[in-house]
Design a protein around this ligand. Structure first.
Ligand SMILES: Cc1cc2nc3c(=O)[nH]c(=O)nc-3n(C[C@H](O)[C@H](O)[C@H](O)COP(=O)(O)OP(=O)(O)OC[C@H]3O[C@@H](n4cnc5c(N)ncnc54)[C@H](O)[C@@H]3O)c2cc1C
Length: 405
């Protein structure tokens, strides 16, 4: 740790001090969801929508300011991410892109969402990055997806596709159909959705392993906060800038290929842009470094000089919850202890992109646990066998079952 670094647990402001939070309520809920960031909110909201009694415990407030989800650019870009992710992630991303609009339509508050594609550009000096990026995407993504959505743009075509960048780049790619949403609006709308569906929310309540709330099934969505239960989990620091830049008018996320500072600029509503993101090993949630701020802001300035007049609203950092294989995992504790626990974690840099599919699968496993259908290694194998996402499912302490990497 450097002199100025800070562990991510410093984000946790309030503790229950060892008390068991749910004791105030007499009836035991079907599910206790620990952690109300992206995943916890989505899983709790889905379970409540299916008629279950759900309690949610979040160390931060309803706005979600303690979560990685609060900082994220919330790009939903399975093809662009295929440059750094394997097929499972791409497929979870494609499935989730189709599900997000249905989720958002059911939430009680509006959330900015668009599917206008991703634009990938590079400066002439960095042109050797372009074939590398294309090769990685085509190697990792399903062929039909890449063939249908990878469009080369040259000169006037690029200018017409993204007029704000007219004359600035000679070549680029439009990755069709990719999306993005407003992360903070999504967290707020999900909080409103939890209230609407009668979820018992315990904001500002930190839960640790020694004081689990009473519930028939526990679902641990604490992100990096689950490290005491999942020691292999690690944080990968990401830093972003949020700026207000009226008059530029980018219509979609733009990714700039660069050998040292690959960057994206994700436009949100009202001329707000999220510029990100660094990717630095280490659980350090201290403020953004001068070096990172310089890199992010100068790369944005190089994409469009009008970013020089943008106003910096925020420089912020968080750590992405990451398992050793960089895959998401649903881990059943194998019925150890007083009750059943399912841990949903490892969403790394793709949380928004894959959360709907991951949450659907978590709901399926959680409901099997509640119904008593998941009680031994055979039952786990059978549930796994029925899953489209079998490689995401793991069990601990059940003979013949799977431990996450
Ligand atoms: C800089 C950056 C940019 C990103 N950009 C994108 C992007 O463009 N697209 C994309 O798909 N993903 C992106 N992500 C990734 C995404 O944000 C994460 O994958 C996602 O937030 C993980 O969801 P989660 O619910 O598992 O964890 P989190 O969102 O971190 O939520 C975990 C919650 O658990 C709570 N908690 C922790 N410990 C406890 C405890 N003991 N008791 C109670 N509550 C607890 C925390 O307060 C938090 O609210 C980005 C992440 C970062 C950091």
């Amino acid at each position: 740790m450097t002199a100025s670094s800070a562990p991510c647990s410093d984000h946790s402001p309030v503790s229950t001090g060892g008390q068991t939070p749910a004791r105030a309520s007499s009836a035991v809920p079907d599910f206790a969801v620990l952690g109300g960031g992206l995943c916890g909110r989505l899983v709790a909201w889905r379970l409540a929508g299916a008629g279950h009694r759900v309690a949610l415990y979040e160390r931060g407030g309803p706005e979600g300011g303690e979560s990685a989800a609060w900082i994220a650019a919330a790009m939903l870009a399975p093809l662009a991410e295929a440059a750094v992710a394997e097929l499972l992630i791409t497929e979870l991303g494609v499935a989730s892109l189709d599900t997000w609009p249905r989720i958002l339509a059911e939430l009680p508050e509006p959330v900015f969402f668009q599917r206008n594609g991703t634009l990938v550009v590079w400066h002439h000096a960095d042109r050797t990055e372009a074939p590398l990026f294309e090769r990685r995407v085509r190697a990792n993504a399903p062929r039909e997806l890449a063939d249908a959505n990878f469009t080369t743009l040259q000169g006037a075509q690029l200018d017409a596709a993204e007029p704000a960048l007219a004359g600035r780049f000679a070549r680029g790619w439009l990755l069709g159909g990719e999306g993005q949403l407003d992360n903070r609006q999504a967290l707020a709308a999900l909080a409103a959705g939890l209230a609407q569906r009668g979820v018992e929310t315990h904001w500002h309540t930190s839960v640790d392993e020694a004081s689990l709330p009473r519930a028939r099934v526990t679902i641990d969505c604490r992100g990096l906060g689950a490290k005491p239960a999942l020691p292999a989990l690690r944080g990968i620091r990401g830093e972003v800038a949020r700026v207000h830049a009226p008059g530029i008018g980018l219509t979609r996320p733009v990714r700039l290929l660069h050998p040292r500072y690959p960057l994206y600029i994700a436009p949100k509503q009202d001329d707000l842009y999220v510029i990100g993101a660094t990717e630095i090993e280490g659980e350090d949630c201290s403020p953004v470094s001068v070096r990172s701020a310089l890199e992010l802001l100068s790369a944005a300035f190089a994409v469009h000089p009008a970013f020089g007049e943008a106003r910096i609203l925020e420089l912020n950092s968080q750590c992405r919850p990451t398992l050793p294989d960089h895959r998401p995992a649903l881990i059943w504790d194998g019925g150890r202890g007083d009750g059943d626990t399912l841990r949903v974690n490892g969403l790394y840099r793709h949380g928004f992109m894959i959360a709907p599919a991951v949450a659907d699968e978590a709901v399926r496993v959680a409901q099997a646990l509640l119904a008593g259908r998941l009680n031994d290694a055979d039952a786990f194998e059978s549930l796994r066998g029925e899953s489209r996402w079998a490689s995401m499912l793991h069990a601990r302490d059940t003979q013949g079952a799977h431990e996450p990497a």
